[in-house]
Design a protein around this ligand. Structure first.
Ligand SMILES: Cc1cc2nc3c(=O)[nH]c(=O)nc-3n(C[C@H](O)[C@H](O)[C@H](O)COP(=O)(O)OP(=O)(O)OC[C@H]3O[C@@H](n4cnc5c(N)ncnc54)[C@H](O)[C@@H]3O)c2cc1C
Length: 284
């Protein structure tokens, strides 16, 4: 279908984008890479009268090294993230997850910020962002505020980004020397995750010293598997020990049931995928 008619604005600064959002209020919708918004408009599930395209705001694009953090502009495309040696070195679980997003066309257009604000529970970016304990920088008429990833996803397709605000950047504490892996379970290539697990771990000798685990599509939002993280501390890097520590991966989750699998099926998958993700991240 063809979207309903709308006015198109393409500001070149964050200030101008915020001014456009303030002027048009509920009638305006922000356009990132368009890979989720355009299907919504074409299916007429939304009909904003104004679309504010962030694509010409250069300040929202790129990856910078800020000492102990990497700062990723919200409009950075998946492909640029995958190509970044800094992200691969200091936040390898994010590189691995983004490599699994959709197909090359979508990875060229889609943006990290758009994916996070869209907050699809089956999306592949939220779980590594949770596992890396990132900070999300939100800019609005009153200035900037920073929200920890653990408070960013507030519900199904809902985030801490309010009306008239933009997600402007993502600050990731460097996980230098940590291993990382994203284990995505799908029936066919390029499918959305049925369940997936983002694992980042730091080992000392043959033992896990620290672990962070994010779960994709095990609830209304991406989730941390904190009981597994605790159980992994001090665990030797072996299939048996890691498998035992990952047994509780589905505890406290409320996964969906759909045509790809029941909630029980997803609960059965979670510990298996978590074990695989942790073993790969730990180099086991
Ligand atoms: C066929 C298909 C398959 C896909 N498969 C996968 C997959 O396997 N895994 C996966 O993770 N994703 C998948 N996606 C989704 C894809 O990753 C999208 O790119 C992503 O969900 C949205 O990013 P975007 O930049 O295109 O955002 P847009 O579509 O432009 O925007 C999405 C939402 O975020 C808002 N928004 C965008 N940027 C900002 C900002 N900076 N501040 C405030 N609000 C903003 C928009 O208003 C809109 O509500 C798929 C999409 C398609 C079409």
């Amino acid at each position: 279908m063809i979207p309903a008619a709308f006015d198109y604005l393409a500001p070149t600064s964050v200030e101008d984008a915020l001014a456009a959002l303030a002027e048009h209020g509920d009638e305006a919708k922000v356009l990132g890479g368009g890979q989720s918004l355009l299907p919504v408009l074409r299916m007429r599930l939304g009909d904003p009268s104004v679309v504010v395209d962030l694509g010409r705001i250069d300040a929202l694009r790129g990856i910078t090294d800020d000492g102990d953090h990497l700062v990723i502009g919200a409009m950075t495309a998946y492909v640029d993230l995958i190509a970044s040696e800094a992200v691969r070195e200091h936040a390898t679980v994010l590189t691995k997850a983004v490599e699994e997003v959709a197909d090359p066309q979508i990875r060229h257009r889609g943006t990290v910020g758009g994916a996070l604000v869209h907050a699809d529970p089956a999306g592949d970016v939220a779980a590594p962002i949770l596992a890396l304990e990132a900070q999300l920088v939100i800019t609005g008429p009153g200035g900037e505020r920073t929200v920890p990833a653990s408070d960013f996803f507030t519900g199904l397709f809902e985030t801490a980004v309010g009306d008239g605000e933009l997600l402007t950047s993502i600050r990731i504490p460097k996980h230098t020397g940590w291993g990382g892996h994203y284990e995505k379970f799908v029936r066919v290539v390029h499918q959305w995750s049925i369940v997936a697990v983002a694992a980042t771990v730091r080992t000392e000798g043959g033992t896990i010293a620290e672990a962070r685990i994010g779960l994709t599509n095990m609830g209304l939002t991406a989730l941390r598997a904190r009981s597994v993280e605790q159980a992994l501390v001090g665990c030797e890097v072996s299939e048996a020990a890691i498998g035992a520590a990952c047994a509780s991966a589905a505890d406290g989750t409320e996964p969906p049931s759909d045509l790809n699998g029941s909630a029980d099926y997803r609960r059965a998958l979670a510990p298996v995928l978590t074990r695989r993700a942790v073993l790969a991240a730990a180099g086991g």
